[in-house]
Design a protein around this ligand. Structure first.
Ligand SMILES: *[C@@H]1O[C@H](CO)[C@@H](O)[C@H](O)[C@H]1NC(C)=O
Ligand SMILES: *[C@@H]1O[C@H](CO)[C@@H](O)[C@H](O)[C@H]1NC(C)=O
Ligand SMILES: *[C@@H]1O[C@H](CO)[C@@H](O)[C@H](O)[C@H]1NC(C)=O
Ligand SMILES: *[C@@H]1O[C@H](CO)[C@@H](O)[C@H](O)[C@H]1NC(C)=O
Ligand SMILES: *[C@@H]1O[C@H](CO)[C@@H](O)[C@H](O)[C@H]1NC(C)=O
Ligand SMILES: *[C@@H]1O[C@H](CO)[C@@H](O)[C@H](O)[C@H]1NC(C)=O
Ligand SMILES: *[C@@H]1O[C@H](CO)[C@@H](O)[C@H](O)[C@H]1NC(C)=O
Ligand SMILES: *[C@@H]1O[C@H](CO)[C@@H](O)[C@H](O)[C@H]1NC(C)=O
Ligand SMILES: *[C@@H]1O[C@H](CO)[C@@H](O)[C@H](O)[C@H]1NC(C)=O
Length: 418
């Protein structure tokens, strides 16, 4: 009895220490709890935009509007401060496909132009505190559906735009701006016409146990993008999409104190930091990540067009298979040149396993602006191709990996999968 108790206490202590050592979000984050319901709605089978918005607006702070049965069809929605949306298991919230509903005023939503900012998001939070999206239901952006009044799909518009080096005006699925303590829990997000879940300049952002499942051919369909946000935890998510699975950016404000814990990626462009590093990205830990089938695995990118200091970045307990570029740390991303100075300092790779062949990139800017990376227990397969330049490297990788399975990358006890 006593010995069991002792080993239990010893084990808990180790877990607590590990947690402190690993998490970078300064908050103490635990699995979110679904709020109580203020109103429950059933789908009408018609346009439910007004019904949902009418329920959200007066909902008591701290509570949620529950979508409790059926398939809801809706245009853009705004979640007020303090209020949450709960999409219950078996329920789907589907975005209407009429671009005019999302238009920001210039009548460009659903067209191609030089800017790509003509649509508002399907779900918006702005200046919110303590809002969230919860539930085991699904939010469907319908990127593969023909737009109302047009003859092509949102995704087709995106590939047409890419073909002429312009931008599609497509709605993002969820856009959170200038908010505090926002939670996204359990929900499944599919088929966004554009990025799935973006949090700009948000302090306190917890994304826990969500699934993103979108076709790899969907251009610009990033999974989760914290942009200029701080105190962020993204844990236990399963992401498969057509662009960066997670992209941490600092386009308009610094991004820091970010924990990315125990996630799994299938298709996508990988775990990215940048290329918008302008205001600096620091104190990021990515721990317990399994990847199977992304283009790039771990991706830190900037260039002299962006600039910014990228520092104190730790990737640990990561296992990668079937990625063309399992690791790419690139200060000269796409050779886009400007007059800013990117700096990559104190990037650590620890306990990394790469099970399949690929190209590894470690590119500093030049002899006087090198990239600083430390390798610790990094195992790759024999014959992998390494392109290394302008780099100050501590430690090295070992070409001895022969495994065929990732498991949970070795830290399944850190935060139990729920
Ligand atoms: C991050 O969280 C810590 C701990 O709760 C808090 O003290 C700090 O103010 C937060 N940072 C921001 C930018 O909100
Ligand atoms: C869609 O409509 C445009 C004109 O608005 C036409 O040029 C184009 O061929 C049509 N595409 C398809 C796939 O029908
Ligand atoms: C949210 O911020 C983005 C820039 O990060 C901006 O493009 C967008 O217009 C903002 N949306 C709202 C509703 O303020
Ligand atoms: C992730 O989601 C995919 C597709 O739904 C599923 O096949 C896979 O088992 C999930 N993986 C994990 C680790 O949950
Ligand atoms: C480097 O980053 C690690 C965390 O990733 C941090 O613990 C350490 O203090 C940093 N070292 C320096 C010299 O900044
Ligand atoms: C990196 O971490 C060290 C040690 O915690 C800290 O002193 C330094 O300010 C951090 N760098 C940045 C850019 O935040
Ligand atoms: C190295 O790159 C930096 C920009 O990161 C630039 O300011 C500097 O002039 C370059 N130095 C050399 C020797 O090319
Ligand atoms: C993969 O590994 C083999 C040796 O096992 C090597 O001959 C080949 O060039 C490698 N391919 C790539 C793309 O790195
Ligand atoms: C990666 O996924 C493929 C199926 O797409 C599967 O056959 C393979 O075993 C997976 N590899 C690992 C290491 O999980």
């Amino acid at each position: 009895m006593q010995r069991h108790l002792f080993s239990f206490l010893a084990a808990s202590t180790v877990l607590v220490l590990l947690h402190v050592a690993t998490a970078r979000d300064l908050r103490n984050v635990v699995e979110p709890k679904t709020p109580q319901t203020c109103t429950s709605l059933k789908a009408s089978g018609e346009d439910d935009t007004k019904a949902i918005q009418k329920a959200l607006d007066p909902c008591t702070k701290g509570k949620a509007v529950a979508l409790s049965s059926g398939v809801f069809h809706s245009g853009p929605l705004t979640i007020p401060s303090g209020v949450s949306l709960l999409v219950e298991e078996g329920v789907t919230l589907r975005a209407l496909t009429d671009p005019t509903l999302y238009d920001t005023g210039a009548k460009t939503c659903g067209t191609i132009d030089e800017y790509g900012v003509g649509c508002k998001a399907f779900i918006t939070m702005h200046g919110a505190k303590g809002s969230g999206i919860y539930g085991k239901g699904t939010i469907d952006g319908r990127g593969s559906s023909i737009m109302t009044g047009k003859n092509i799909t949102w995704w087709h518009l995106a590939s047409n735009a890419a073909a002429v080096h312009k931008f599609q005006n497509n709605p993002r699925l969820i856009q959170i701006n200038n908010s505090v303590d926002i939670t996204v829990h359990q929900i499944t997000l599919i088929n966004s016409p554009m990025y799935h879940l973006v949090a700009s300049e948000t302090h306190g952002f917890t994304v826990w146990g969500i699934t993103i499942l979108t076709r790899p051919s969907a251009l610009n369909s990033d999974g989760i993008d914290p942009i200029g946000s701080q105190n962020v935890t993204i844990a236990h998510c399963n992401i498969s999409t057509g662009d960066d699975n997670i992209a941490i950016k600092a386009l308009t404000a610094p991004a820091k104190h970010i924990s990315v814990l125990n996630n799994h990626f299938n298709r996508g462009d990988g775990m990215a930091i940048g290329s918008e590093t302008n205001y600096g990205v620091s104190d990021v830990t990515v721990s317990g990540l399994t990847i199977n089938g992304t283009h790039v695995g771990v991706y830190v990118k900037s260039n002299t067009m962006r600039g910014g200091l990228v520092a104190n970045i730790s990737f640990e307990n990561v296992c990668i298979s079937n990625a063309r570029q399992p690791i790419s740390l690139d200060m000269d991303y796409y050779h886009h040149h400007g007059n800013r100075t990117p700096e990559f300092r104190n990037i650590t790779l620890s306990n990394i396993r790469v099970l399949t062949n690929g190209t590894f990139i470690i590119h500093g800017m030049n002899k006087s602006n090198t990239i600083e990376v430390a390798f610790n227990d990094v195992h790759v397969t024999k014959g992998a191709y390494w392109s290394v330049r302008n780099a100050k490297i501590k430690g090295s990788w070992v070409e001895d990996e022969t495994g065929h399975s990732c498991g949970y990358a070795g830290n399944e006890n850190l935060l139990p999968y729920s």
